[in-house]
Design a protein around this ligand. Sequence first.
Ligand SMILES: Nc1ncnc2c1ncn2[C@@H]1O[C@H](COP(=O)(O)OP(=O)(O)OP(=O)(O)O)[C@@H](O)[C@H]1O
Ligand SMILES: [Mg+2]
Length: 460
Amino acid sequence: MADEALPILIADDQRDVLEALRLLLKSEGHACKTVGDPAAALAALKGGAFAAALIDLNYTRDTTSGREGLDLLKALKQAEPDLPVVAMTAWGSINLAVEAMRLGAGDFIEKPWDNTRLISVLRNQIALGAAARREQKLRAENSLLRGDADEEFIAQSRAMQPVLALIERVAPTDANVLVLGENGTGKGVIARLIHRRSKRAERTLVKVNMGGIAESVFEAEMFGHVRGAFTDAKSDRIGRFELADHGTLFLDEIANIPYAQQAKLLRIVEDGEFERVGSSRTLKVDVRLIAATNADIAAEVAAGRFRKDLLFRLNTVEIRLPPLRERREDIAPLAQSFLARSARRYQRAGMRLGAEALRALEDYPWPGNVRELSHVMERAVLTADSDHIAQLDFSLQPSLAVPPGAAPPASMRLDDAEQDMIRSALERCGGNIQRTAEMLGLSRAALYRRLEKFGIRAAE
Ligand SMILES: Nc1ncnc2c1ncn2[C@@H]1O[C@H](COP(=O)(O)OP(=O)(O)OP(=O)(O)O)[C@@H](O)[C@H]1O
Ligand SMILES: [Mg+2]
């Protein structure tokens, strides 16, 4: 939405002034909304967005003090802090102009005005307002966006070929895509890949974890809110849909959307229209949706926990990612890629995977799929004594790794459990010793003693 194309709001109680301004601005290519008093100006702002407001400070109730105009200025700035307001005063009332600037007017014009100056003042203010809005949007984006621009996508197996073909076909279209697959199969990777291959690639990809939003703030998160919409709403806030305007919105873990909130998504998913919480002004966005879930979404619909109509709008195209155990040809290239990545990260160049270790990887059922494989490889790099990885330990999810009816895991020793805890705490703290020690309730010295005892290399 180009702010420059929005109309200009003009408030003055003299008809001829309104008409003259309207004609002047029209000749400059600006549409106008003209109103005769402060109340009408505020009503107009509720009903639509404006590039700027040009307001007289003197109205009939009190034609000289400017009080009414200043009150209007305050109310406008309160309703829309980024709206540029230009005040009009009578010749010589500099004090009033100064007061207006103090209350947030961007500039002022003395009456009778000079056409050239009026146009240039308005133009500057409109540009500043647009920049302020862009900046607000960017700031919000930066805190949300993920930076992984060129991640590797490995898919050599036969089972992945139809998936690749489908991605190639649908990525450039604006079709909504639903990505299905078990935990860690790469649904997030696919969403980013589709965005990168789409015509929206230069725009933003905004991700929302639907499982991570408290129900009470769901609407505000998704649609934004206006200042004062509720107690904590101290300023306007842009929602995720607006942030993703002209880009892609990735709705992750959609099975976790509370049932009551699903209905609220229907309209925006269907035609892009919505209102910010606390505002009656309808906004419209152009967003391509990618959704993902590891749940059996058809079963969720059958059980009455997920709305069928919402599903039908999200799954224009469905991509099913096979679990890793059904694409074993991908295990070796994935393992090598993760090995290389971790070796780089932990400065252990020259690490190699032995044949036996590789066979073990290919035989393992991988309940945690690709993510589990990446963790196993990272740990292998961290804990290997030499550059040759002969054996691997699959203790991430030992209970799942054991087929039903098989012998219990080889080790149930406390020492092993302790090692596991330390390793996973280290991982969660990104290798930071201080934080890991705090998480485990140990002193740094005690943690170091254990690292030494178990031969765990910290990443620091
Ligand atoms: N085909 C692939 N090539 C390279 N790396 C991959 C591939 N698939 C997944 N990964 C990596 O595996 C990890 C898990 O992938 P991702 O987070 O996309 O899975 P997911 O299906 O979204 O998992 P979850 O269900 O837990 O959200 C990531 O680190 C990702 O980079
Ligand atoms: Mg994911």
